[in-house]
Every structure is written in C-alpha cells, then in structure tokens.
Design a binder for this molecule. Structure first.
Ligand code: HEC
Ligand SMILES: [Cu+2]
Length: 369
C-alpha cells in the first residue's frame, strides 16, 4: 500500500535525524572545558545542534524527495505544473513555528549569558593588558603595587573578574578552554568573569587581527589548586602597577618608575646573567620570538640572538651591551635587517624593571660573545 507523500517525508526525515543527530553529538567539537562558563556554553551548543539537525535533515529531505518525485517524466516536456495558490494552515505553521523556536532559543541563550556574567562574592580581580604583541596580567596586591606576569595563573574553583585594557589597538582576550572572549579596547576597561574548574594549562590567544605580530600574541593560563596558587603568588616580586595608557608612543601617562629591587627574593636583588636567562625564557616571553641556543629557545619571529647580536651591534656602531639595552628599550631605533619593525614589543622599557633589563643585557652579552 502506498503511503501519503507527507507520511513518506516524515519517515525519511525521522530516519535522517536518527542517523545525523548521534553523529553530530558524537563529534568532539570543543576543547577541554576548564571553567563553569564552558559547561553552560557547550550545553547551549548541544541544544542548538539537537534543534538544527532535524531542521537541516527535514529541509534536505523535502528537496531531494521533490527532485525525485516531481521530476519531469518523458512526454511531459510541454506541460506546466498545477496552479497552486495559498494554504493558510501551512503559512500559519511555517511562520509560528520558527518564531516560537527563535524566541525560545534567545531566551535560553540569554539565561546562559546572564549565568556566566553574574557577579560572585569574593571575586579576585586580575587586570589583563594587551599590547602589540603580548599579554600582561597584573594581580593587585597593595594600592599602587601589583604582581605583573606574562602568563596567567588562576586558582581552581575561585571566581575571577578580568579587567581588560589595551595599550594600543583593539585586541581580543580569548581563552578557548573557558569559552570566553572579550575585546581589549584602548581607553576603556572591559569586564569578563570566569570560574576555572579544572586544573591544567590552557592557551590564551588574541582573537582580533591586531597587526604584524598578531599570531604570536599568545600566552598560557595555568589553573592551579588554591594552595599552589597562593604559593606561586607569594613568590612573585611586587612592582608598581603598570599604567594602561600609551606608554611607548608618548602623549599618555608617564611611564611608571622602575621597581625598587625587592629584598630577600632570590634572583631579583641585583642584575645577574642568571636572572636574565630566567626572564628571557620565562616572564619576559622573549624566547617565544627569539632563538637562542644557550636558553634553548626556538622562536622564529625575531632574529636568532646568539648569532645576530654581535654583527648587528657593529652595524649600529654601538658597544654590545649598549646595543642590547637599546634593542630592548627602543626596539625601533635599529631594525634588524630582514625583520619587520614594530613587532618586537615597544614597552619593555616600562614593563621590565631597570634591574630586569640590566640582567637581560648581562645575560645576552655573556652568551653571544
Ligand atoms: C613578539 C615577538 C618578540 C618578542 C616577544 C621579543 N622580541 Fe626581540 N625582536 C623581535 C623582532 C621582530 C626583532 C627584529 C626587529 C627589530 O630589530 O626591532 C627583535 C629584535 C631584538 C633585538 C635586536 C636584535 C638585532 O640583532 O638587531 C634584541 C636584542 C631583542 N629583540 C631582545 C629581546 C628581548 C630581551 C626580549 C624579551 C624581553 C624580546 N626581544 C622579545 C621580536 C620579539
Ligand atoms: Cu592582539
């Protein structure tokens, strides 16, 4: 017995959904979930998949069925289709159903957004500063003083509010494992909230094409146990909080004074090559862009410092140490031949302390002779 075409279509759609939906839900679309916000976002996406797959399969079924069922048969070349006009019931259904669906999904998405952004008691503030082409994270300690790092460290299970700033152009602070991103806009502070809920190391990326070195504008977020986080924080040197305005191109706030050398913390008291090496591979982030055999780094955005510094200092006509100092504090004073200007961050003169810069100079001069 032949079934009515609508019944046939519903059958095909049901079979297609039964095959397509498990496939769509089984595909691992998303990276690890490392914040409570991520769970809500992923559930939202799964609901969207559950709603979208039957619609996609349904529309495709009607199209394919019609192509096959109502195709022109031999002898029908001169004929026209039946003149059908108007079907009020169908029109009401195809207007009302999508409207209800969209309002329902918007309401649900709004509740997810609201839950993700709600203020929580005891939030820890972390300032996020974007500049071409690096991230800085500052943890306010006492008024005017902060711990400043280039990698983000957060305690698991504790809510954090990011205050996001830019020193130059628009950047986008994006932590894929948190499923959160927000623009860093010069002149204003934007606010983003997260509660990390999984230990591990995840990436932080800039998600807004912000210039030549955009692709190198990456950092990591380390989610630690609260105890490990406190131990990490206690070990960091406290510096005057950096300003958020233009610091390299003039016209903005005066550059903060170099930090007084914190006493009693190994490696920070006086400028040493060993401290310079630690800054090069660690908090300074230099190794991400520079190859240096002694430090074991392989960055390829900037020149290989092990072999380029001595000849470039000669070209510039400066003693090696003075050349290295200038290259760090005023990178555009001399552009290494074959490399782009403006990619080396322009603000190390402000974000690094005088001691840190001296340490870097001592270290680089010692490994390139
Ligand atoms: C985002 C990538 C990037 C980072 C991070 C970076 N640099 Fe550079 N650096 C460059 C580029 C590109 C050049 C070449 C252009 C120029 O001379 O400004 C360069 C040039 C230099 C030079 C001059 C080399 C020469 O032969 O002329 C020195 C010295 C230097 N960087 C040291 C450092 C130190 C120290 C750090 C960390 C505090 C650092 N860089 C961080 C990209 C980077
Ligand atoms: Cu950027």
């Amino acid at each position: 017995m032949r079934k009515h075409p609508v019944v046939q279509l519903l059958l095909i759609g049901a079979i297609g959904t039964a095959i397509g939906l498990p496939i769509a839900l089984a595909i691992p679309w998303f990276p690890a979930q490392a914040a409570t916000q991520a769970h809500r976002i992923d559930t939202l996406y799964h609901v969207l998949l559950i709603v979208s797959v039957p619609i996609f399969v349904g529309v495709l079924s009607v199209v394919l069925y019609s192509v096959w069922k109502f195709r022109m048969k031999p002898g029908e070349e001169g004929k026209d289709g039946p003149p059908i006009h108007g079907n009020t019931r169908l029109e009401v259904v195809w207007t009302a159903a999508p409207a209800i669906l969209i309002v329902a999904l918007c309401t649900y998405a709004y509740t997810v957004l609201h839950a993700n952004e709600v203020t929580k008691p005891g939030e820890r503030t972390v300032n996020v500063i974007g500049e071409q082409f690096a991230w800085y994270f500052t943890y306010p300690s006492s008024p005017g003083k902060s711990v400043v790092t280039q990698q983000l460290y957060l305690p698991k299970g504790q809510p954090v509010v990011f205050k996001i700033h830019s020193r130059d152009v628009i950047h986008e602070f994006f932590v894929p494992a948190f499923r959160l991103q927000l623009a860093a806009v010069p002149g204003i502070t934007t606010t983003l909230r997260a509660t990390p809920d999984r230990l591990g190391v995840y990436s932080v990326v800039c998600n807004q094409l912000c210039g030549n070195g955009h692709a190198t504008m990456r950092a990591t977020v380390h989610v630690l146990t609260p105890a490990a986080f406190q131990a990490w924080l206690a070990k960091q040197p406290v510096q005057p909080s950096p300003g958020y305005s233009f610091s390299s191109t003039g016209g903005g706030a005066p550059a903060p004074a170099p930090a007084p050398a914190p006493s009693g913390k190994a490696g920070n008291g006086s400028a040493t090559a060993a401290a310079g090496k630690a800054i090069f591979t660690g908090s300074g982030g230099c190794g991400a862009c520079h190859t240096l055999a002694d430090a074991g780094t392989t960055g390829a955005v900037g020149p290989n410092l092990g072999i380029r510094l001595v000849p470039d200092a000669k070209k510039r006509g400066l003693p090696l140490a003075a050349f290295i100092n200038e290259s760090i504090t005023k990178p555009n004073a001399f552009i290494a031949p074959g490399y782009p200007a403006g990619v080396m961050p322009q603000t190390f003169g402000q974000t690094l302390t005088a001691t840190q810069i001296q340490s870097l100079v001592a270290y680089l001069a010692s490994v390139t002779k």
